[in-house]
Design a protein around this ligand. Structure first.
Ligand SMILES: Nc1nc2c(ncn2[C@@H]2O[C@H](COP(=O)(O)OP(=O)(O)OP(=O)(O)O)[C@@H](O)[C@H]2O)c(=O)[nH]1
Ligand SMILES: [Mg+2]
Length: 694
């Protein structure tokens, strides 16, 4: 067991919690791998293309060459402890980015130097904006033909409405990329075969460009910093220390984004990137204190990163490790989380005892006694704690805000092949859904099938593979289908009186409720407005469960009902014949009764789509989108390509990937993410309701 000495009370300022985020294939995992190599965490450089990287450890990641799960690793650089989360770029796994951004203090956004700002770069940039995460930019793949650092910066300015500040420029291009000019120290850094970069004077032929770019950087910084402005206007040299501290302050404040460049694959630019992470990205002390509330109230609590304060930590990820068991990843916001400590799980109102605490390195794990405020790690021994839940010291209960995840929009029916498969299915689904909050599992009462919903076709494909490989469950899997929802459009009253006399004592329950539509995204709200003693309070939970049952089953067809408020207003009971079971059933029926008058409709997911196609195929791509009922929201020419944005019903977009590929000779690309729910056409509503009646 090692001492966790790096992160002492005053060590917190030397901690960096950062995420690597970008469009798919920009080189996040390769960059992470090189960081681990250059910080001495690995002695062999892993490669995505050979399936040998540290952070893409799942076998499907290695085979597909893409990241599926975010992975957390720790390394040290210049006396700093850097906790890095490598995230996936594919839109189906966007929840992994979401949860990572929630616990990070800073981000490195990687761009492909040829493609520049790609659709998913915009998405992650917006996500980082929403979480207020300061970031630096790394223009990767500068070794590729057609890569351009200035063009990428222009795209960042235009499309991300950001203020990029170049602190480097590349030396050489494409196959001849040799190093970078450091515009702060005004020196050249060359990366050869060896481990240590070679620092020299700026080569003669780069002098003019270097001065021009430095001038540009100084102008940008003079706008933000008075001291730099004075130096600049008076024609004096601006000291590097002054520049660095201004860059740091303005980056942390989110006013600028320092930009670096290189090629991770060719080992160029990685050490300066590490320097920049320590120099410009915030420590846990530099970001606003995490806020929470006193459970059950709106009273705010600030959780300062003070190791001696009462503990408060947020669970952001669960991984079932084949050797270690259930690993619960957390970030400590205040206090210290100790081995053996009993913590209150605020969301579940249960106590849990922390088992072993581990720090994840590249190819090993360090067991530590404790983790202090500001740090990220994993703990064993928590049986219940789920993603987004708060663990805290019982003397100061605090509820940190939950992590919001996107809505799963595609479903798949799963039917176990044999009895043995059936027996294993339950545990398997529970485990996988435990790890992935964007997987939802429900039972379809009509068909008896298990329905799994997820974010996209790839997401579900990966899920089904994991069922087979990790749990050895073989199942017949249906075609992916749209996950429809239902809602109501007007206020209605529902009532049901359940009276059953069968032999001994009967069943009696009488429930009266009202229902009303809520704004999109509100989910389900239940209110108990019972007055007097028409129904004893002890039956209210059963009534709420009955309503939930009915909402799950759907009121028009078999789709869950969302954005609805149900108020229990009145009813009646019988001393002997009333029971939880009777009230649960009566509440379900009362809801169904009211829904028949509440203008219930079926909603379908509408996706936000962006297609990038070579210009010559624009006509064909547009024609096809029209057939798919897309409404075009924007078109933009970008160099020799055309970008088309549209809102389109998911129902028409299955197999779009192969359709687009054949229409554009494999040169078109697209991303698609859930945008909102909209009512289906009357014809579709009729068709889907008929299915339920059948
Ligand atoms: N030429 C070149 N190729 C690179 C560079 N960095 C990464 N690649 C290649 O780009 C591909 C994608 O790299 P990854 O590191 O897996 O990219 P990623 O951003 O982690 O991808 P996802 O996690 O799937 O979103 C691989 O084939 C890498 O070998 C680079 O600097 N130059
Ligand atoms: Mg990756």
């Amino acid at each position: 067991m090692t001492d966790n000495s790096q992160v002492g009370t005053d060590g917190i300022q030397k901690v960096r919690n950062i995420g690597i985020i970008a469009h798919i294939d920009a080189g996040k995992t390769t960059t992470t791998e090189r960081i681990l190599f250059h910080t001495g965490q690995t002695h062999r450089m892993g490669n995505v293309d050979e399936g040998t990287t540290t952070t893409d450890f799942m076998d499907q990641e290695r085979e597909r060459g893409i990241t599926i799960q975010s992975a957390a690793v720790t390394c040290e650089w210049l006396g700093h402890q850097i906790n890095i989360i490598d995230t996936p770029g594919h839109i189906d796994f966007t929840a992994e980015v979401q949860r990572s951004l929630r616990v990070l203090d800073g981000g490195v956004v990687v761009f492909d130097g040829v493609a520049g700002v790609e659709p998913q770069s915009e998405t992650v940039w917006r996500q980082a904006d929403r979480f207020g995460v300061p970031r630096i930019g790394f223009v990767n793949k500068m070794d590729r033909t057609g890569a351009s650092f200035p063009r990428t910066l222009d795209m960042v300015k235009e499309r991300l409405a950001a203020n990029p500040v170049a602190v480097q420029i590349p030396i050489g291009a494409e196959a001849d990329l040799a190093g970078v000019v450091d515009l702060i120290e005004m020196q050249a850094i060359f990366f050869g075969e060896g481990d240590v970069p070679h620092v020299t004077a700026i080569p003669e032929k780069m002098q003019a460009a270097a001065h021009e770019w430095r001038q540009r950087m100084l102008e940008q910084m003079a706008d933000l910093d008075d001291e730099i402005a004075v130096h600049y206007l008076e024609g004096q040299e601006v000291p590097a220390t002054l520049l660095r501290s201004a860059l740091r302050r303005e980056t942390v404040a989110g006013h600028i984004v320092p930009f670096l460049c290189g090629s991770s694959l060719r080992n160029k630019g990685v050490q300066p990137l590490l320097d920049a992470i320590t120099a410009y990205l915030p420590s846990p002390l530099d970001v606003p204190a995490m806020r929470g509330t006193v459970p059950g109230t709106d009273e705010e609590v600030e959780c300062h990163p003070d190791p001696s304060a009462p503990t408060a930590a947020l669970v952001f990820k669960i991984v079932t490790d084949p050797y270690m068991g259930r690993l619960v990843y957390f970030r400590v916001y205040s206090g210290t989380l100790r081995h053996g400590q009993t913590l209150l799980n605020v969301n579940r109102k249960e106590n849990e005892r922390a088992g072993r605490i581990v720090r994840m390195h590249a190819d090993h794990r360090d067991e530590v006694e404790e983790m202090r405020a500001g740090d990220i790690g994993a703990v064993l021994g928590f049986k219940a704690a789920g993603t987004g839940e708060t663990l805290c010291a019982s003397e100061r209960p605090v509820l940190l805000e939950k992590i919001h995840f996107p809505t799963p929009v595609i479903s798949l029916a799963v039917e176990p092949v044999t009895k043995a498969d059936n027996a294993k299915l339950g545990l398997c689904l529970q485990r996988l859904a435990d790890e992935d909050p964007t997987i939802q599992v429900r039972q379809d009462d009509r068909t008896g099938q298990t329905v799994v919903s997820g974010m996209g076709e790839l997401h579900l494909e990966v899920f089904v593979e994991r069922m087979k490989r990790e749990f050895n469950v073989h199942a017949r899997v249906g075609e992916p289908q749209v996950a429809y929802c239902e809602t109501i459009t007007r206020l209605a009253r529902g009532e049901y009186r359940l009276v059953r006399q069968t032999g001994g004592h009967g069943q009696f329950a009488h429930v009266i409720l009202t229902m009303e539509p809520l704004p999109a995204g509100s989910g389900f709200v239940f209110e108990d407005a019972l007055r007097g003693s028409s129904i004893p309070r002890k039956f209210v939970p059963a009534i709420e469960s009955g309503i939930r049952d009915a909402l799950q089953r759907g009121v028009v067809a078999d789709n869950p009902v969302i954005d609805i408020k149900v108020t229990l207003v009145d009813g009646n009971y019988h001393e002997v014949d009333s029971s939880d079971m009777a009230f649960r059933a009566a509440a379900s029926m009362a809801l169904q009764d009211g829904a028949s008058r509440a203008g219930a409709i079926i909603l379908e997911p509408i996706m936000h789509l962006e297609v990038i196609t070579p210009e010559e195929y624009t006509g064909e791509v547009m024609g096809d989108l029209k057939i798919r009922r897309a409404s075009i929201t924007g078109m933009e020419r970008r160099h020799e390509t055309q970008s088309i944005t549209a809102d389109v019903p998911l129902a028409t977009m299955f197999n779009y990937a192969s359709g687009l590929r054949s229409r554009t000779q494999g040169r078109g690309a697209f991303t698609m993410e859930f945008d909102h729910y909209a009512p289906v056409s009357e014809a579709v509503q009729r068709m889907l309701s008929l299915k339920k009646a059948a």
